[in-house]
Design a protein around this ligand. Sequence first.
Ligand code: GDP
Length: 196
Amino acid sequence: MAGLNVNRAEFIRSAASPKQFIRTPLPTVVFAGKSNVGKSSVINRMLNRKNFARVGASPGKTVHVNYFFIDEKLYFVDLPGYGYAKVSQSERDRWGKLMEDFFAEPSLMSLGVMIVDARHKPTADDVTMAEYFKNSGCRLVVVANKLDKLKKSEIEPNLALIRETLKLPGDVLLIPFSAEKGQGREALLAEILKLL
Ligand code: GDP
């Protein structure tokens, strides 16, 4: 299997409009999730970093698509978080427009990584985001983050509820994950390496 040196990661650009999206023949791994779900932490965990993708700063304030170039082999694409209650209508509209533009170009994505909270039933916004991904036709994996906050007996029923609420087709992998502890990292990395 081809390798990926995740220590070679570089921030490339923050795109606020479609003309700034990166159009490349290289694979793109697109991360999405609601604000505070731990999207930055998942990206940092994948890259073995602490503070590479931003963590915990002003949730919902950044309506940008952030691009990271990994080992000159593929891109991590960090979509803006959604569902943060204290966001103005104009910010919400900006988010909606940017996502419409992004998902209108299926060639911008090779693999979707949708991150949800392992503790909770996915929100209506999560369901909407999952629909975007499913309709795009690109391969999708769902990461159930914050696994470390669950009791062992809660894991299976919660995963079943996530699969059912998001109406995930049987071939969509659902990965129990803890950005904090590292569980699930190898499973997600294996999916990413399939792109090389
Ligand atoms: P983002 O807004 O989705 O990028 O979320 P962040 O990565 O900024 O994380 C939001 C908060 O959740 C921070 O306080 C993180 O430390 C915490 N967090 C993220 N992932 C995990 C996890 O796997 N387990 C636990 N216990 N906390 C996490």
